[in-house]
Design a binder for this molecule. Structure first.
Ligand code: MN
Length: 727
């Protein structure tokens, strides 16, 4: 059994000045935290973290990675907190252990290949430090090595996940040996019988040709030496899993597979590589089309090597791989080779170079069908512009950064988007505009009567959601405008004592429609509703001789119209209050944000119904240049409703002033939606904020209370003239 001292020995061999104290403390802490736990094998749990740390030490990683390996399961399985780890071992170790723990939480379930690809990308995107992935891979490798102790069904699940997620991840990071180990172990547990027969057959074939292999190896060495090159030659067998895949791909039996046997020649320089290649091609006949130069064109993950297949006299062909010793380390360890401990690494340029190397490794990976798409997706991983989220059923969905639950809802289905009223992120209710984060589990809440709100357009991030919302609003607006236009025309005709219904029956509009450039009555209504055609003009065209109607005087009729409009646009009835979001009150003008008790006036907008302003709003005078679009409105009793008001407070710039204002606000039971303090010239401060109040009376009390705070010199409502609403 491995002991901690074995790890220390291994680390000291490549890093004599390693922080032994850190490693020892990590070991003791882990031993204590896991003291009562056992592995499925019955061994003490500590065997696992030590095994993981050893794998990391074999990769020659820095001591922070190795300490992380020792501690990687304490957050998951014991009462330890991240803060505690940070205090004891530093922020770096705490972050890394936390990262490894998070990856473990996202169980991968889907069977779809596409889902596996997205999942792997998500893991990379979530990881700001590649060492998290390295420790996770070491963790997985150790678990795979000890898989025999688990139940049959668990073995299969873990092996399948390893094959679909972790082996390709290791491959993407260029870690050839890790990938091979993970694949072969998965093979063993996923297809036990096939594994047994294939390994037996391959081993038998190697045994049978052992003498021939050794002869060829000596011959290669001798020929290299003749050319004056110091080479290392090893005969190697292809990995079992990749042999199996190749046999399936080519539909051939094992004895027809040429490159089960391959020689690897390691030399000192690139020039030596090509010299050895020439030597090999002189000695044996090369198989046409089998030569590959991955020196000039690095393959993937930085992999560099020369490959060729040659046919010796009276023997089966074999492959020769020629590369430098340095290239060989990269081929075996990939990204880990770049994270290796190196003497005097404190140079910041090394980190830069490492990031550049990582970028290049990822960008040159070509293991998918569409390289260009893959390239762009990898860029997103590195410059994380994407967020990866989960549906409650565990499906991974990716979005551009800044996407919200509304984008998520529209991704699921248009109807889910149209009817969404709220969302839970990781079980907690959040506002619809909350940006999604990596790893969020998103649950969309819908209501049958809910509808998209124009506000959504200000925060959705996907074009799909934007287009769907726009399409919905346009249809709604057309309907509303048609209805409003009909009412406006009706009102104008009544002034001239005419009935719209009777005129339509008499087809009185027919000659007028083409003149006004519309085809149907509905379109005329819509034009009037949108404000493109004045109702007065329509009447004047219909009855050119009639006297121009006088100003509207009959309160009864105005009332009828107001009621009619209210019927289609339920002004002042905040009945649809969606989980604290006053959705319907969006028809309240956002420039002045009137509250109940305040004098208000309605304005028929172009296509967006009625917008309600405070009479005191500076915009109203500008808007109401067209009196025919003015509409009377009134407050209805609105229990439980709350209204947002923007405030500005002038104060002396003294410590604690914001806290005092906040106290007054919360003492008055007002919700604070935003509060910000800015220092002005001299010793003056300006506090701006948004609070919610039920009505005018409450607001007045609130303003008085703020005025009473020591240090406050003035307080007022804030009108947002720039956010002019109505048009
Ligand atoms: Mn573990």
């Amino acid at each position: 059994m491995l002991r901690f001292e074995d790890i220390l020995d291994a680390v000291e061999r490549y890093h004599p000045k390693a922080d032994e104290d850190l490693l020892r403390r990590a070991y003791i802490y882990s031993a204590h935290a896991h003291r009562d736990q056992l592995r499925s094998s019955g061994e003490p749990y500590l065997v696992h973290p030590i095994g993981v740390a050893m794998i990391l030490a074999e990769l020659k990683l820095d001591e922070v990675s190795i300490a992380t390996g020792l501690l990687h399961d304490v957050l998951e399985d014991t009462h330890t907190t991240k803060e505690e780890l940070a205090a004891l071992f530093g922020g770096e170790v705490a972050e890394l252990v936390d990262g490894v723990t998070k990856i473990g939480k996202y169980a991968y379930t889907s069977r779809e290949a596409q889902q596996a690809e997205t999942f792997r990308k998500m893991l990379l995107a979530m990881t700001s430090d590649v060492r998290v992935i390295l420790v996770k891979l070491a963790d997985r490798l150790h678990n795979m090595r000890t898989l025999e102790h688990l139940r049959e069904d668990k073995r299969r699940t873990i092996a399948a996940e390893t094959l679909e997620i972790y082996a390709p991840l290791a491959n993407r990071l260029g870690m050839g040996r890790m990938k091979g180990d993970l694949e072969d172990l998965s093979f063993k547990y996923l297809y036990p019988e096939e594994y047994a027969s294939l390994t037996a057959a391959v081993d038998e074939r190697m045994r049978a040709s052992a003498a021939a292999v050794e002869r060829l190896r000596q011959e290669l060495l001798a020929k290299a030496a003749e050319a004056g090159i110091d080479a290392e030659v090893s005969g190697r067998v292809k990995r079992y899993w990749s042999i199996r895949q190749k046999l399936i791909r080519q539909s051939i039996p094992l004895d027809q597979l040429y490159d089960v046997l391959a020689f690897r020649v390691l030399v000192d320089s690139v020039r030596d590589c090509y010299t050895v290649l020439g030597v090999v091609h002189q000695a044996w006949r090369p198989v046409p089309g089998r030569f590959k130069d991955y020196l000039a064109m690095p393959k993937q993950n930085f992999y560099q090597s020369l490959h060729t297949t040659v046919v010796p006299e009276g023997a089966p062909p074999f492959e020769v791989q020629i590369r430098t010793r340095e290239m060989d380390i990269v081929a075996e360890q990939g990204i880990a080779a770049h994270w290796k401990y190196k003497e005097g690494r404190l140079d910041p340029k090394v980190d830069e170079a490492r990031i550049a190397a990582l970028r290049q490794i990822l960008e040159t990976t070509k293991d998918v069908a569409n390289p260009r798409e893959f390239l762009s997706s990898l860029k997103m991983d590195l410059f994380p512009e994407d967020v990866y989220t989960f549906s409650p059923k565990g499906k991974v969905l990716s979005f551009p950064r800044g996407a919200t639950p509304v984008d998520f809802a529209y991704r699921i289905h248009t109807d889910v988007g149209h009817h969404c009223v709220g969302a839970r992120l990781n079980g907690r209710l959040v506002p619809l505009k909350t940006p999604l984060k990596n790893g969020d589990i998103v649950e969309v809440l819908t209501a049958p009567n809910a509808q998209p709100s124009r506000d959504w357009l200000s925060f959705v991030a996907t074009s799909r959601a934007r287009n769907k919302i726009r399409a919905f609003l346009n249809t709604k607006e057309k309907e509303k405008s048609t209805e409003i236009g009909r009412r406006l025309l009706e009102r104008e005709l009544k002034k001239a004592r005419k009935s719209l219904g009777k005129l339509i029956e008499a087809r009185a509009f027919d000659p007028l429609l083409p003149e006004l450039g519309v085809a149907r009555m509905e379109d005329l209504f819509a034009e009037v509703g949108y404000g493109k055609v004045a109702p007065r003009l329509v009447v004047a065209r219909l009855f050119p001789a009639a006297e121009p109607p006088g100003p509207e005087r009959s309160p009864g009729r105005a009332d009828a119209i107001r009621k009619a409009v209210r019927k289609i646009l339920p002004i002042g009835s905040p009945g649809i209050r969606v989980r604290g979001e006053h959705d319907l009150l969006a028809t309240l003008a956002t420039c002045c944000r009137p509250v109940p008790g305040e004098e208000i006036v309605g304005y028929v907008t172009r296509g967006r119904g009625v917008s309600v302003h405070a009479t005191a709003c500076p915009n109203v005078r500008n808007l109401l240049f067209d009196p025919s679009r003015e509409i009377e409105v009134e407050w209805q009793s609105s229990r439980d409703a709350s209204f947002t008001v923007d405030l500005e407070v002038d104060a002396e710039d003294r410590p604690g002033i914001l806290a005092k204002v906040t106290q007054v606000l919360s003492a008055a039971n007002s919700n604070i939606e935003a509060l910000e303090v800015r220092t002005r010239r001299g010793d003056a401060a300006l506090i701006t904020g948004s609070v919610t109040v039920p009505d005018r009376k409450h607001l007045d009390k609130l303003l008085a209370a703020i005025r009473g705070v020591a240090g406050v010199t003035g307080v007022r409502r804030k009108f947002n003239v720039s956010r002019l609403s109505g048009e």
